[in-house]
Design a protein around this ligand. Structure first.
Ligand code: CA
Ligand code: ZN
Length: 301
């Protein structure tokens, strides 16, 4: 099944009307714009002429059959296909170096199999990932530039091929949306932009009935992680670490102090991004240390 970028939205909301319905377990290829709605096509395109109402479009909303409030939506990313060009911007007022830079510059970068050609002989290896991915929140709409408990603009470079994400469902059908793919991004996304690219993302959905988690989680071959977004990085460290502690408590037969010790010895707190309205960190625990196969929910897989 293919879903084009014909329908996009700019705020995750339980009031959004879905444009398409999908079945669980079926592969879906979703077309996404880059975060500028593909408006910056050349170095000369004037950044000031950007239509700011078209920033961070998410394709959707997609209604996942069977997803109801109180369930978890499971999203497995099979493949991220990108084109041969990306755009990166940096400048005054943007990100951590906001005051160090004058004016705003755009760079169009050619992408090949070997990587992205930054110029000056610098070929940067790709780490394709998805910036915006999530479901409708419970009540107030959240614009697609902001991350949160519903997902959204988490800018987590672990959201890549082979990853499985879990989101708490708050609205009937989950009202899933996705966009803002990056060919490359470093932890922090300090300049506000990754190497922004349109993409075709192949994924499949599942619903885990009657399970709750306080924030999005991610699983891949090597690890489980929680993704925490708060006003400050410090607060995100607090809520993310506590969420992982409670997750491990519910899954492993360990005493509380041992859980904390194991987290302290083998868990990694990592930064996703520090430039969006809320800041995002992840707490990553290696599967190798868990000594048994952990699954989300109580389902037997
Ligand atoms: Ca982003
Ligand atoms: Zn982006």
């Amino acid at each position: 099944m293919k879903i084009s970028n014909k329908d996009v939205f700019y705020a995750f909301s339980p009031m959004n009307k879905h444009t398409v319905e999908v079945d669980c377990g079926r592969k879906v290829e979703i077309e996404t714009y880059d975060c500028f709605s593909n408006q910056l096509k050349s170095q000369e395109d004037n950044f000031d002429a950007l239509d700011w109402n078209r920033i961070n479009p998410a394709t959707g909303p997609i209604w996942v059959k069977g997803a109801e409030p109180g369930d978890l939506l499971k999203v497995h990313i099979h493949e991220i296909e990108i084109g041969d060009k990306g755009v990166v911007v940096a400048g005054k007022g943007m990100g951590v170096l906001a005051e160090e830079l004058d004016g705003i510059r755009t760079k169009i970068i050619t992408i090949t199999e070997e990587g992205a050609d930054f110029g000056q002989g610098r070929i940067i290896p790709l780490n394709k990932m998805i910036g915006v991915i999530g479901v409708a929140p419970k009540e107030e709409p959240v614009n697609t530039g902001t991350p949160g408990r519903h997902g959204g603009n988490m800018d987590n470079k672990m959201v890549t091929e082979g990853a499985t994400l879990y989101f708490p469902v708050e609205a009937e059908g989950a009202l899933f949306g996705i966009g803002d793919a990056h060919a490359i991004m470093g932890d922090g996304e300090i300049g506000v932009s990754g190497l922004e690219v349109p993409a075709k993302i192949t994924l499949s959905f599942d619903v885990i009935k009657n399970q709750s988690i306080p924030m999005p989680m991610l699983e891949n071959e090597e690890s489980w992680s929680v993704i925490a977004s708060e006003e400050t990085v410090d607060e995100a460290i607090q809520s993310g670490t506590k969420a992982m502690f409670h997750f491990l408590k519910s899954k492993l037969d360990l005493k509380d102090h041992e859980t904390a010790m194991l987290m302290s010895l083998t868990g990694n707190l990592e930064i996703c991004q520090v430039v969006d309205p809320l800041k995002t960190v992840r707490f990553v625990m290696p599967k190798s240390i868990m000594k048994k196969r952990i699954t989300m929910g109580s389902q037997v897989e």
